[in-house]
Design a protein around this ligand. Structure first.
Ligand SMILES: Nc1ncnc2c1ncn2[C@@H]1O[C@H](COP(=O)(O)OP(=O)(O)OP(=O)(O)O)[C@@H](O)[C@H]1O
Length: 406
């Protein structure tokens, strides 16, 4: 655990970059520092490994004041990743990663083996190992930066805007890689970003800082999105906060209908007899094929003769309500297909079912307000925890509605 106890940083010119900051960074979790440019994120981060010393207050690492630990010893237990990776340009990738183990006196072979293992772990082709940094893309260099920071297996990792300089697609894959690694490694991570979407995706807890180095709010992402502490935080979170909040609500509250799933071998007359405007057609293994509009079904034959419209899917019990809602928007039927982990249909979620689930999340507030700013008139949206998944399966699940096919 890292503890900030009334920490202030005043630079020589009098600038107060961090003002009386007190917070805890729990062991084994990702805590994100987020806020506008100049709010003191980097200064706060660098005071942990004493690249900058605090003017007042204390930073404790597992109860020990970092000021009492000499900087080289302190930094051996703290990995550090920065924007642009900061690799040594004249060293091969493998040697970049092996740097700290070699400094720690590991023999060369052991350090190289460890470096190769880490390169693989962060998703890099081992062919890259003998290249130099300039021969790698920006995203690949960032992966090397993460591998290098992990080389000596430090319990703490400081990451300062590590993914800011790469394009959005690479950035998303680096974020996912970090979450995957963290699920295995359980490091204590402090991650600095100015991007609120990145913050709520990666953070177990998110500290929002305002200029002057004041802590505006520290909460888990779902709570932050549901109940911003003040106007500054609300504005910083942005206008689509209500929708983004649904990424942290499990889809488990969505009522599923199995009567809308119809095998492709069914004849059109029996399909019509179900009395519904849209039916989800599935193959022999229950994999969805598409939605059939009942009014357009041929007079005779089976559903194999029907023209099928696109469909969206979400994984039942694993995805977020946002993913379920997204899946309904991907089909002209207005309904979504719920699938299991193997992609087999387990039911259909209609718009009405989504509406019911959304109403539960927002209490008495309707869908329209859930996407907007329901809190401004008082009552923060209730029930955030009731269907609740601050730590549940819906974490980071936004936009993962399944394929649009057919
Ligand atoms: N060496 C320094 N001397 C004087 N002022 C400094 C120094 N380093 C940073 N500052 C000031 O301290 C404040 C906080 O800077 P810091 O880099 O911690 O902010 P940040 O939130 O990380 O910003 P950004 O997102 O733009 O990187 C800013 O006003 C900055 O100008």
């Amino acid at each position: 655990m890292i503890t900030f106890n009334g920490v202030t940083k005043r630079y020589a010119d009098g600038t107060v970059a961090v003002d009386n900051l007190s917070l805890e960074v729990p062991t084994g979790e990702i805590t994100v520092f987020v806020g506008p440019s100049g709010c003191g994120k980097t200064t706060s981060l660098r005071m942990i490994n004493r690249m900058i010393d605090a003017s007042e207050g204390q930073i404790l690492l597992d109860g020990v004041d970092v000021k009492t630990i000499d900087p080289p010893t302190l930094r051996r237990g703290i990995g550090y990743v920065i924007q642009q990776a900061g690799l040594f340009p004249h060293r091969k990738i493998v040697d970049n990663v092996a740097t700290v183990p070699v400094l720690l006196g590991w023999d060369k072979k052991k350090a190289r083996d460890r470096a190769m293992e880490l390169l693989e772990r962060v998703g890099l082709d081992l062919k890259m190992a003998d290249r130099y940094p300039f021969q790698l893309s920006g995203g690949q260099q960032q992966r090397v930066g993460v591998a290098r920071a992990l080389a000596a297996d430090p319990p703490v990792l400081l990451m300062d805007e590590p993914f800011s300089a790469v394009d959005p697609i690479v950035r998303t894959s680096l974020q996912e890689e970090l979450l995957r690694l963290q699920a295995e490694l359980n490091k204590t991570i402090v991650f600095v970003t100015h991007d609120i979407d990145e913050a709520v995706k990666l953070g177990d807890r998110v500290a929002v800082l305002r200029v002057g180095g004041h802590l505006a709010q520290l909460d888990d992402p779902a709570t932050l999105l549901a109940r911003p502490a003040d106007d500054f935080v609300r504005e910083f979170l942005g206008r689509d906060r209500g929708i983004r909040r649904l990424s942290f609500v499990s889809d488990e509250g969505v009522r599923l209908r199995t009567d809308l799933l119809v095998p492709v071998s069914a004849d059109t007359a029996s399909a019509r007899a179900i009395g519904e405007p849209w039916l989800a057609v599935v193959d022999e293994e229950k994999r969805p094929l598409g939605w059939a509009a009942v009014k357009d079904l041929p007079e005779s034959g089976t559903l194999a003769d029907a023209e099928l419209a696109p469909y969206g899917t979400f994984v039942s019990g694993r995805d977020s309500l946002r993913a379920a809602l997204d899946a309904t928007l991907l089909s002209p039927s207005g309904n979504a297909v719920a699938v299991d982990g193997a992609g087999r249909a387990v039911g259909a979620a209609t718009r009405e079912a989504l509406d019911e689930a959304l109403t539960k999340v927002t209490g008495s507030v309707g869908i329209a307000e859930s996407a907007g700013d329901a809190e401004s008139d008082g009552g923060p949206a209730r029930g955030a925890g009731s269907t609740g998944s601050t730590d549940g399966p819906a974490r980071g699940a936004d936009g993962v509605a399944g394929g649009v096919d057919g």
